[in-house]
Design a protein around this ligand. Structure first.
Ligand SMILES: *Cc1c(COP(=O)(O)O)cnc(C)c1O
Length: 385
């Protein structure tokens, strides 16, 4: 059969379900005010929570390092791609997280796939929240370990599954801040369950780093979880850090083990050194400029108060991720379209990214939004509903 003829029915089916995805192509940097062709849009759907993706000193750090180190790293870390900027960033991330050591990965997707698969094999089990990020779920599915999913945030369900398990090694895996809902996993209780059931806890804090904790240390800082409570801590650099890449932080032994056995670390080209240098600068700003977190919190509070007045359903989310639940794909798409006509960019999120019947607008905030822009968005939502 001709390839395209074989593929077309799946596309048609997706379109009929209002789940077809399309790209918008921006003609401006990642910032609040975006240009898309002829349109000027105020964006409320970026993960650049602290407004660092287009920060002048982050760009300058990138340019300076590129002048010294060039662009491509030229090889994997273990062959010849590891350079001083990578090394310094890893040391800074270890200090930042209060762990012995940190290890850079090229993306969060790869970190999650690599860590789960390096740790678990045939006689083991992985326990995952139903709403975990796709990269964690895929990591679990790819491994030979028994794959268990517990209901979102349901500690009793997790406990039952842990107690029943006869696996040799047990790994509990969760988002720190859930990527589509914005709520926080009950980590102190999970750390306790892990201890009682001889399991390890792994947290992917892609959306907590930079946003939670006085110094932006994410859920680990928010709950004061040290390496004994939380031995495997993952962060991504493409969100609040404003750059690209990911890291794992933990004990010296964990990191040495991953260097030997994590295939997505070993068999891929190292990040460009200039990206690592830019990230070190972003990390300084992220720690020092706590006004960015204060600003985020006040914008989120303003938005939530406004939504309540409009009678909208709110999630229990203290993070910059504030979903507006619509339900059907059609309703989410049509609100997104009407907001675009009014000058706002808020992408509709639909299954299979979120569960059936929970299509939504995932509204996100950055420290560079103004209170005025939030008011304008609330007015636009109220007119468009
Ligand atoms: C974005 C995200 C990832 C993937 O990180 P990338 O660096 O973009 O590959 C992993 N986990 C969570 C929870 C995320 O939100």
């Amino acid at each position: 059969m001709n390839l395209d003829d074989f593929l077309q029915p799946a596309l048609t089916e997706r379109e009929l379900a209002d789940r077809y995805r399309t790209l918008l192509c921006a003609d401006s940097p990642q910032q609040v005010e975006r240009t898309v062709g002829d349109a000027k849009l105020v964006s409320f759907c970026s993960n650049d929570y602290l407004g660092l993706a287009n920060h002048p000193s982050v760009i300058e750090a990138f340019q300076k390092a590129a002048k010294i180190y060039g662009l491509g790293s030229g090889a994997s870390h273990l062959v010849s791609g590891h350079s001083r900027p990578h090394h310094e960033l890893e040391e800074a991330l270890a200090r930042f997280t209060g762990r012995e050591r940190a290890l850079l990965f090229s993306t969060g997707y790869m970190a999650n796939m690599g860590v789960i698969n390096a740790l678990l094999g045939r006689n083991d089990a992985v326990f995952q929240d139903k709403l975990n990020h796709a990269s964690l779920l895929d990591g679990g599915l790819l491994s030979a370990a028994k794959f268990e999913r517990y209901r979102h945030g349901d500690l009793n369900h997790l406990q039952q599954k842990l107690e029943k398990s006869t696996a040799e090694k047990k790994l509990i895996v969760t988002d720190g801040v859930f990527s589509m809902d914005g709520d926080i996993a009950p980590l102190p209780e999970m750390a306790k369950l892990a201890r009682e059931n001889n399991a390890w806890l792994m947290v992917d804090d892609a959306h907590g780093f930079g946003c939670l904790g006085n110094n932006g240390g994410g859920v680990a800082e928010h709950f004061s979880l040290d390496v004994d409570d939380l031995p495997i801590l993952i962060g991504t650099l493409g969100k609040a850090f404003g750059t690209f890449g990911a890291f794992v932080a933990g004990s010296q032994t964990l990191i040495e083990y991953l260097i030997q056995f994590a295939r997505t670390y070993i068999y891929t080209t190292a990040l460009p050194p200039a990206v690592a240098a830019a990230t070190s600068e972003a990390l300084n700003i992220l720690q020092e400029e706590s006004w960015r977190r204060d600003r985020l919190n006040s914008l989120v509070a303003q938005f939530r108060t406004g939504c309540e007045a409009l009678g909208l359903t709110l999630w229990d989310s203290p993070s910059p991720i504030q979903p507006v639940l619509l339900g059907t794909e059609k309703d989410a798409l049509s609100l997104s379209k009407r907001l675009a006509e009014k000058g706002f960019w808020v992408t509709a999120i639909r299954p299979p990214t979120v569960p059936e019947g929970s299509s939504r607008l995932r509204v996100t905030f950055t420290a560079n939004h103004t209170p005025r822009q939030v008011d304008d968005l609330l007015n636009a939502i109220s007119e468009a509903l």
